[in-house]
Design a protein around this ligand. Sequence first.
Ligand code: 2AM
Ligand code: CA
Ligand code: CA
Ligand code: CA
Length: 268
Amino acid sequence: MKAEVREEIYLTARKWVEEAGEHIRRKINSPLVIDTKSNRNDLVTTMDRETESFFVTKIKETYPEHSIIGEEGYGDKLDNLNGVVWIIDPIDGTMNFVHQKRNFAISVGIYFDGVGEIGLIYDVMEDNLYHAKRNDGAFKNNEKLSPLNNNVVLEDAIIGMNHFWLCDNHFVEEKTMQQFVRTIRGARTYGSAALEFAFLAEGIMDGYLAMSLSPWDIAAGIVIVNEVGGVTTNIEGENLDMLEKNPVLTCNLCLQEKIIEFIKEGRK
Ligand code: 2AM
Ligand code: CA
Ligand code: CA
Ligand code: CA
């Protein structure tokens, strides 16, 4: 993708993300219609749907040749990542949006022939925009994010992970994960995958481990984390399939092998 073309798409995407965020902030105390999806804790609201629909309408008008993958189904059904593909989570952290009215983000990743070129994660209520373009560094608002400290040991690490890792699960023996939590310095659960990626990029966490994330949860985060020297793979260290759900490990490069080794012990 040509640099000028990418810059134009980036500026436009950024404008739309900020506009959508402002709309959500304005409506944050308005009554919500809340539905459930796969289970009673898997929430979706009219705001999730309206926000995705806003992006899809804008993209289709402005860039009819681009494709869209979105959580709420307004995008296209894709079986490949050819050309320019917008991968959108209109509200990442819907449970936080509903219950806390904060700690949620708009996440937009823009890929070209399968390569992540642009990542935007907007922490709406904090008005913090994390953004990156491939090979151009990552930023929090106007501040350039530093490369991750490559000297962290597991014993000093703060790792984001859902509590379900400590319950009976399909992936890893819970004893192993309990041992993992005891080994690291601290575990955190923010409830928004996109924000966990952003916090890793910011250097306030050292990794994030998730059992099952969809492309829209991670597309922007991958681009941003890459720019500060972090890595994102599945929990075996393999490349992710950006058209499917994956177990995901994103972390400081210096911890990747250690975390994968640790988990391997308890793999089911
Ligand atoms: P969402 O809010 O966009 O649904 C919560 O731990 C994180 O996992 C959020 O980023 C949430 O995204 C994501 N997630 C993925 N699949 C989920 C599901 N089935 N139910 C709830 N959260 C899910
Ligand atoms: Ca959801
Ligand atoms: Ca999500
Ligand atoms: Ca969502």
